[in-house]
Design a protein around this ligand. Structure first.
Ligand code: F6P
Length: 466
């Protein structure tokens, strides 16, 4: 079997014991790597005064991690800049927040070149290279320039936006052209594949050679949808772990006679938390009888503090959560708990289990694995209800959730009401369909489908297009 080299901006192999607070992407990549021998390459998360390309190697629970430090300017221009101020808002349909700055673009290109130069000596003849996410779109091009002919795949974890949005990005052609230096480009959903193909047809006069095979910019690339899943078996174990059981008991005790509504998201503006808070406020406003019957817990660890838009949203959410509690609290009851702390995965599993409603309402999300974890944590005999944004990638698979428009606090409030009054037989019926999907289309299925397709691509004869 070929060795697998996974490349992503952050490298954080979890132990598999549920101790970390890492997100679904890290869990998925670690699961992929444990199966195939290989390594995980990326940024160490640290800075150095001058880039040296020196690798730090670490072996963590069956996964070899190779990381490299970056300069401060790299972090500003590539990570905070092009990745998180340009591509992230654009790909999440926030063109109002998208910053176009030439220095960001240059930093993005420079860091991708640096990553390629550092990674190149580690690549052996039969290795398969699997690159992840929007930070690293030009990486294959840089590797090809260094003579790498190996199979290289790319997977985008965030949405690929509509053609009309992509063309607002200065240098969009160059970015998409770089995707043709991969052998396989994977997206989360068929909708993102379609949007990508539309771009290729309209902007690059692309030609479809066969289903999923595209020719443009003098090169060919295979394109497909590979919806990512969770490690459902591992999550089922976490739910039964002592910490999960303890957290479930704690949450059950502090919501006695009440229903818990839970949201767990990193504090990103793309998660539409303001509208979610307002949706909860609507519920309390429209249904006074339910006021003392519910408690909403929003866990939102802070993220990307170097980006102003994140500081602003944080201030607005602080004010809004205070307002809701000020308006509805009583001597012995407050409806809302808003917590900016990180929790371990086993603790989250317990919190999900105690919650009657899982509330997941991003404006856009590549997939949103929290929704799948919420489903996997439920008691089959008395499951909770998932309220999910119709614009999350997961909505395609989890169609038995209550699907809402995340821009509408009214719709969110109504869906919360419907979830809270839903009878057990309907909860069980909906949950069974959801759980069936979460189990069947899990992380192993995702990884195997992607790696199998990448392995079947013919190896290039020359690194660069002739
Ligand atoms: O998991 C969601 C996600 O947006 C990934 O698509 C992305 O790689 C990651 O978060 C980046 O997070 P951070 O900026 O904290 O490294």
């Amino acid at each position: 079997m070929s060795r697998l080299i996974v490349v992503s901006n952050r490298v954080n192999p979890p132990s598999g014991r549920g101790e970390e607070s890492v997100g679904g992407l890290a869990m998925a990549l670690a699961a992929a790597l444990r199966e195939y021998s290989g390594l995980w390459f990326g940024w160490s998360g640290k800075t150095t005064p001058e880039f040296t390309g020196q690798l730090s190697m670490q072996r963590i629970d069956g996964v070899t991690a190779a990381t490299v430090d970056l300069e401060d300017a790299d972090v500003d221009e590539y990570y905070n800049g092009y990745a998180n101020k340009t591509l992230w808002p654009l790909f999440h349909y926030r063109s109002d927040l998208t910053a176009y700055d030439r220095a960001y673009g240059e930093g993005y290109e420079r860091v991708n070149r640096r990553f390629a130069e550092t990674l190149r000596p580690l690549i052996e003849r039969d290795d398969i290279v699997w690159v992840h996410d929007y930070h690293l779109i030009p990486l294959a091009r840089e590797l090809r320039k260094l003579g790498v002919k190996n199979r290289i795949g790319f997977f985008l974890h965030v949405p690929w936006p509509a053609h009309q949005l992509v063309i607002t990005l200065p240098g969009h052609r160059q970015l998409v052209q770089a995707m043709f230096d991969y052998d396989l480009v994977g997206f989360q959903t068929a909708e993102y594949v379609q949007a990508f193909e539309e771009y290729v047809v309209n902007e690059a006069a692309g030609e479809q050679l066969s289903p999923g095979m595209w020719k443009a910019f003098g090169r060919t690339v295979r394109v497909g949808a590979y919806p990512i899943g969770i490690d459902a078996a591992e999550f089922a174990k976490l739910v039964r772990s002592p910490r999960a059981v303890r957290l479930r008991d704690i949450m059950t005790a502090c919501t006695v006679f009440r229903h818990l509504i839970v949201g767990v998201d990193r504090l990103h503006y793309s998660k539409r938390l303001e509208e979610r808070f307002l949706g909860f406020e609507r519920l309390l406003d429209a249904h006074p009888d339910l006021r003392r019957e519910v408690l909403m817990l929003q866990i939102a660890p802070v993220s990307r503090e170097g980006v102003e838009a994140y500081q602003e949203i944080r201030a607005r959410l602080d004010a809004l959560s205070g307002r809701i509690n000020g308006e509805f609290s009583d001597l012995d009851w407050a409806p809302f708990r808003y917590v900016n702390k990180n929790y371990r995965r086993d603790e989250l599993a317990g919190i999900y289990r105690a919650a009657r409603v899982g509330l997941v309402t991003p404006l856009r999300d590549g997939m949103n694995l929290v929704s799948k974890e919420y489903v996997a944590a439920q008691d089959p005999d008395d499951p909770g209800v998932l309220v999910l944004s119709r614009f999350a990638g997961a909505a395609r698979q989890l169609s038995e959730a209550l699907l809402v428009n995340p821009n509408s606090p009214e719709e969110i409030g109504e869906a919360l009401h419907q979830a809270l009054v839903m009878e057990k037989p309907e909860r069980i019926r909906r949950w069974r369909a959801l759980f069936d999907n979460v189990q069947r289309e899990d992380v192993t299925a995702w990884r195997d489908a992607y790696v199998a397709d990448l392995s079947h691509v013919e190896v290039r004869k020359t690194a660069l297009a002739s």
